[in-house]
Design a protein. Structure first.
Length: 179
């Protein structure tokens, strides 16, 4: 009986030893090194390749359309405030986002005569103050980014700071652990 157990254990020990010392398995994890940033030429080549895809063609058509030009012009109008992170006066025009939006919590607001989607990433404790906003409220907002998407007819402002009647009602809480 002992000889049978030893006979079964010997191949098990040999196979497990080979598995743990296999250099190919160890090198697989080290081969996945972080990608280095692309050069300008490589980025342009990747962009050209993307523009040839169906999504890229659809985006270029939207960009050239009157609706796309309106959105891009609206984003360009506030770019100076975005890059400098300065105050922008806004008037709340709607408490709901356009139908089919998947941007989370936000409102529609008019800044310098143009309509924008103003989206927030609030903590639960900040929701009550944001829900107190009403149509025609004058607010001061600050943001670091404005974006656009063919799905939406308005530029999208990711709001980081909101003030109403000289009182801060929203300030984005930075994420823990870096980005």
């Amino acid at each position: 009986m002992k000889k049978v157990i030893y006979a079964l254990m010997l191949p098990l020990v040999v196979v497990s030893g080979l598995v743990f010392t296999n250099p190919e398995i160890k090198n697989e994890t080290t081969k996945k090194s972080p990608q280095k940033p692309l050069s300008v030429a490589e980025r342009k080549a990747e962009r050209k390749k993307w523009e040839a895809t169906p999504d890229g063609i659809k985006y270029k058509k939207w960009e050239a359309s009157p609706e796309g030009k309106k959105v891009l012009t609206g984003a360009a109008k506030i770019r100076k405030h975005i890059t400098a992170f300065t105050n922008m006066e806004a008037v709340v025009t709607s408490l709901s986002l356009p139908p089919g939006s998947r941007l989370g919590f936000g409102v529609m607001a008019r800044i310098n005569g143009d309509d924008y989607i103003v989206k927030f990433e609030p903590e639960k404790s900040q929701l009550e103050q944001l829900h107190s906003l009403k149509v025609n409220d004058k607010i001061i907002i600050r943001s670091h980014s404005v974006s656009h998407a063919p799905k939406y007819s308005y530029p999208i402002v990711s709001c980081e700071y909101v003030e109403r009647d000289s009182k801060v009602i929203f300030k984005r809480v930075p994420r823990k652990g870096g980005c």
